[in-house]
Design a protein around this ligand. Sequence first.
Ligand code: KG4
Ligand code: ZN
Length: 346
Amino acid sequence: MRVLGLETSCDETGVAIFDSDAGLLAHALYSQVALHAEFGGVVPELASRDHVRKMLPLVRQVFDEAGLSAADIDAVAFTQGPGLAGALMVGACGGRALAYGWGVPAIGVHHMEGHLLAPMLEADRPEFPFIALLVSGGHTQLVRVEGIGQYKMLGESLDDAAGEAFDKAAKMLELGYPGGPALARLADRGNLDRFTFPRPMVNRPGLDFSFSGLKTFTLNTIADCRGDGELSETDRADIAAAFQRAVVETLVIKCTRALEQEGLNRLVIAGGVSANSMLRAQLATRLEKLGGRVFYPRPAFCTDNGAMIAYAGCCRLLAGEFEPLGVKVRPRWPMDQLAAVGNAQE
Ligand code: KG4
Ligand code: ZN
């Protein structure tokens, strides 16, 4: 089965073609970062309009790349939620319409299930069951995954998501939007021993997260360093390093706790923050000590992309699911309400 996948939930237009026999055939991405940068964050209406402009040209691009045409597509998968309502509508309406026009089924995909399954696009993929750490701009979740659609939520952020915390700290350090990757680059030049930031909630039992206190700590540290003047380049790098270390170590502690609690030693990390190299390195070391393994998507599939949507859609289509003709999006959509899939895509 060959599936065209469309991702339009936020500020990236992602399109891909996944073939259940041959794997990923083509993918293309357009990032709206430059469009939103001057506003310091995503402007939903601008995002929707840009998805309208970019989606179909990207569909043509992946067809060209794969040497395929509409007649070769067996189904269309689009992100149904969670995400920005208007942005989701572009992929949902476009995907539904293309599928209708081509006479093939359409399927609405849960964006976080897409992230969670992204490591399955790699040659080195985990077997079920495993623990997944989903860390994106909107979510921080620890999930026990028994199979596709069989998700037990073990813990999540009570306030800011990890990516959101990165973005807010980056803004305080005047690194622009989206700040996560820029903060990570700056942190690599910083002195890890100068400041010690708190590791929120690690001394309490349980697997929930809270990152909003770190934000205040960062703000206070910046104010202390600045005094009446400006932050030096060294101050900024040292604060970035301490912030990144606190977030990464908190995530590592909670992942270890989840693995021990559930008696598992396979960990998947996915979502934008899983591109963070310090997080990847520390989790790899920790899992090695636990006699286990960490699995993650290639960096391009950590952040939003069409490939993960095509893949997750393909798994559900093969299990017999498809959408009715109406167009529906779900800006808020708890992942543990998804139906279990009997035959996982091998
Ligand atoms: O998964 P994603 O592309 O979009 C959502 O579904 O939210 O995640 C985007 C988030 C942003 O907050 C971004 O700053 C963060 O992932 N991010 C990073 C890195 N790359 C992306 N955070 C820390 N280090 C990175 N290298
Ligand atoms: Zn995402």
